[in-house]
Structure formats: structure tokens, C-alpha cells
Design a protein. Structure first.
Length: 187
């Protein structure tokens, strides 16, 4: 039984190095950006995202609050749209720029040409979260928290807990959770 299509790789394992950190992506302002450009002093949060996925729409306010809380503490944040088969429609750069403005994104939002980054990460969903330490090693992957529908009813803030442990030089107690969302639309 095939678990992945031919476009997808196995999901990046905890402890793996950040792949494709020099892959040129296109930011909503039209400039090129790489994961290396987005790195923070303490770590880097990579969010595979979308303009249209209902799961992203439920969680994306937390992208902004997490960035507000942790960017000043040394966490670089970047959202990556890998829905390459839809870059000529609702996932176009113009639509991404509008979406980022409307949702008050406080981090770069980039297109991943050919879905190269998603394939290298083994990312399959939006949102799909990957947190790397300051050496570029994966320390957490999965979901933002345990309640997409209501931020006020979250019992376990997986990502915030992992970031807190990372910036305080503590072991990551829960390094994985299940990413829930829409499938990435590979070319």
C-alpha cells in the first residue's frame, strides 16, 4: 500500500537538518526569500499554509499571536504556500498578498515554486508546522494545538510549549503531533 504519492517524501524526522534552506521562494512583495533568510537566533518556525484551507483559516490567528510572542525572543517565522497547482488562481501571489494584509500577517508569506520545500519536508497538509532549533535541527512537527475551532478552548498548545522549551534550553517534551488540515496541492 502506498502511503505517499510520487510527489511526496517521507515526513522529516525529529533531529533532521533543515532541508532546502537555500531554496529561493517568492515573497508576497515579489522578492526572493530562503529559509536561511528567515532564521531566528533561537530557532525557526516553518508553517506550510494556504489562503483557502478551512483549517488554516481556523488556526491562522494563532500564527500572528505566536509570532508576536516569540519573534522578539529569537524565533524566526515563515509561512510557505506549496499549493503549486493553484498558483494561477486562489493561491496566486496577488491573492496571497491580499490574504496576508487582511489577516495582519507579521511574518513573511512565500510561494514554494514546484512545491520543492514541501516535498523535501514531507509536508502533506496545511497547516503543517515544523520548528527547528538554532542549529537547524528539527525539534517539533505537527499541529499548532489541539483545538482548531476555538483558541479559548485549547487544552494543549503543542507549538507554544515546544517553543518555550526550546528558548529555555529544555528538552522538547512532545516533539510530534498529528497535523490536521487540507492536502497540499502538488503540481
Amino acid at each position: 500500500m502506498l502511503l505517499f504519492s510520487m510527489n511526496e517524501a517521507a515526513e522529516l524526522a525529529i533531529g533532521s537538518s533543515m532541508p532546502e534552506n537555500t531554496h529561493q521562494m517568492i515573497e508576497t512583495n515579489g522578492k526572493n526569500l530562503t529559509l536561511s533568510d528567515a532564521k531566528g537566533d533561537k530557532g525557526t518556525l516553518v508553517i506550510f499554509s494556504s489562503n483557502t484551507c478551512p483549517w488554516v483559516i481556523r488556526w491562522e490567528d494563532r500564527y500572528v499571536s505566536i509570532t508576536e510572542s516569540y519573534s522578539p525572543k529569537g524565533i524566526g517565522v515563515i509561512a510557505v504556500n506549496s499549493n503549486a497547482s493553484r498558483f494561477d488562481g486562489h493561491e496566486s501571489l496577488d491573492e496571497m498578498a491580499r490574504h496576508a494584509r487582511d489577516k495582519k500577517y507579521n511574518f513573511p508569506y512565500v510561494q514554494d515554486p514546484g512545491s520543492k520545500l514541501a516535498k523535501a519536508f514531507g509536508a502533506t497538509k496545511t497547516p503543517h508546522i515544523y520548528l527547528f532549533d538554532n542549529k537547524g535541527m528539527l525539534v517539533y512537527r505537527g499541529a499548532i494545538d489541539d483545538n482548531a475551532r476555538d483558541a479559548g478552548s485549547v487544552d494543549e498548545p503543542f507549538l507554544a510549549n515546544a517553543i518555550e522549551q526550546l528558548i529555555n534550553d529544555q528538552p522538547i517534551e512532545k516533539s510530534t503531533s498529528k497535523a490536521i488540515g487540507c492536502s497540499i496541492k502538488f503540481p
